[in-house]
Design a protein around this ligand. Sequence first.
Ligand SMILES: NC(=O)c1ccc[n+]([C@@H]2O[C@H](COP(=O)([O-])OP(=O)(O)OC[C@H]3O[C@@H](n4cnc5c(N)ncnc54)[C@H](OP(=O)(O)O)[C@@H]3O)[C@@H](O)[C@H]2O)c1
Length: 367
Amino acid sequence: MKAVAVFPGKAGSIHLTEVQKPSVQDIPSGRGVLVKVLRVGVDGTDKEINAAEYGQAPPGADFLIIGHESFGQVEAVGPKVTEVKPGDYVAATVRRPGSSIYDQIGTYDMTTDDTYFERGINLRHGFLTEYYVDEPEYIVRVPEGLKHVGVLMEPTSVVEKGIVQAYEIQRRMRVWQPRRAAVLGASTLGLLATLVLRLRGLEVVVMARTRPPFLNSHLIEQIGARYVSTQDLTLTQASDQFGPFDLMLEGTGFSPLVFEAMEVLAKNGVLVLVSVTGGNRTVDVPADKINLGFVLGNKVAVGSVNANREYFELGAKDLSQAELQYPGWLSKFLTHPVKGLENYQEMMRLLTEEKNAIKVFVTVAKE
Ligand SMILES: NC(=O)c1ccc[n+]([C@@H]2O[C@H](COP(=O)([O-])OP(=O)(O)OC[C@H]3O[C@@H](n4cnc5c(N)ncnc54)[C@H](OP(=O)(O)O)[C@@H]3O)[C@@H](O)[C@H]2O)c1
């Protein structure tokens, strides 16, 4: 079968390859689930893996099949699988357990191991292929009514984790009643974070550089949030006008904004950081002021990466609610379909050059 792969460490090495089709017997415990891949979303991580910024091949291989935002349909199950059955629509989690205590209890997204295993990213093959096999522990059912947007399951899980972490932390307040939130970044993660916060009933201000109107600002306004360009208002000015923000989520990839967010975060507020910033940018910050605000204002900042199946399941619920509350809204995200694995070059081109793309995804097969 076909697969899209890279040679890790070699920039621009993306290529189409032939690999053997897996089967449920590949998992000898009888707990194998064979999934036919239907659609796979791609994001900045795939771009960075192809640029050789990170990514490692599985042991014994010189190539890595990429793709971590999967959506598919179960084709066959081993004799000891009861959780899913052929025909079910599913998404797969990305990280696989290592050895820390967190890995052992299913919270592998909280691993303290230095080496981690992620399908399509690090040491495990991904989903930009025709079939994959995995254990049901890592496979999450997607309601049939969500099959047209099932490819959003993985990015939604990332956002769910960040927001759940914020609410978990805020249980320290006993009576935390957040009213206003700010989301920094208005692309896939920013839009999904805005959705999840709107579903929780918060007022949301979303900020990015691009001046409105454009598709993302329309989408934000359609679910009752406010879009502000950082070219028109700084974060501090936006906070003065629309804040203070009880919950902030930073997902721009531009780390200096983190410190401005720390300054404007409301008293008793929580700031969730999700941007993966691989560079080595430095900035001067008003350190005393930020520290004093944090101490006297009982503020919290928390980093959040990846997600375990709990957040995928929560994502399926919120995506379902979104389809009821804002019918058709999610589909508008899926801006750039690419037909077939063999069009991987077009996929990469859209990912790197198409400024209007929100979600680029590959249609691998029809159900
Ligand atoms: N923690 C995790 O597990 C995890 C998982 C996946 C992704 N991520 C990270 O999350 C971030 C968001 O992901 P994404 O896929 O939504 O990214 P993306 O497509 O790169 O979107 C970035 C957004 O931030 C805005 N932005 C960029 N620079 C800005 C600046 N200087 N000031 C204000 N806005 C700015 C962009 O819009 P404009 O160009 O209009 O400004 C865009 O709306 C990325 O950093 C990614 O690495 C984290």
